[in-house]
Design a protein around this ligand. Structure first.
Ligand code: SF4
Length: 130
């Protein structure tokens, strides 16, 4: 697992997952994960592969220094997948916990993505503020 003090150098073994569902908050989760990847804070990995029990992908998640998981809403689809696989090297963020509403038919906004990215940096470690 990634230690707070050392996790903010080049994080080549931090994997980023988003629930990436159909809701606006899932879109926020997805875009935030991609933004974190583009800033070099980890590599986005396929949650669907874990959900499908693809053993090589489950092993990759097990071997990761940390899996940063972003769910949109309290259904916690991504978190449940990680819990089902018994993976402990994870940190979780839920978009709705940051005051972002789940609204049917809405698209996500840049400031919402920024909010989740900032939260992820906080979770990843104090030196990850960018
Ligand atoms: S966690 Fe919520 S927003 Fe994300 S895929 Fe599941 S139901 Fe949709």
């Amino acid at each position: 697992m990634c230690g707070q003090s050392e996790c903010c150098g080049p994080q080549t073994n931090v994997l980023l997952y988003a629930c990436s569902g159909g809701a606006n908050v899932a879109e926020v989760a997805d875009r935030a994960a991609r933004q974190l990847m583009s800033e070099g804070l980890g590599t986005m990995f396929c949650l669907a592969g874990l959900g499908a029990d693809i053993q090589g992908m489950v092993q990759t998640a097990k071997d990761a220094e940390m899996n940063q998981v972003i769910d949109g809403c309290p259904v916690d689809c991504a978190r449940r997948i990680f819990e089902r696989h018994g993976l402990a090297n994870c940190r979780y963020i839920r978009v709705m916990d940051l005051g972002i509403e789940k609204v049917k038919g809405a698209r996500c906004a840049h400031d919402q993505v920024d909010k989740v990215v900032a939260k992820a940096k906080e979770v990843l470690g104090p030196a990850c503020k960018g």
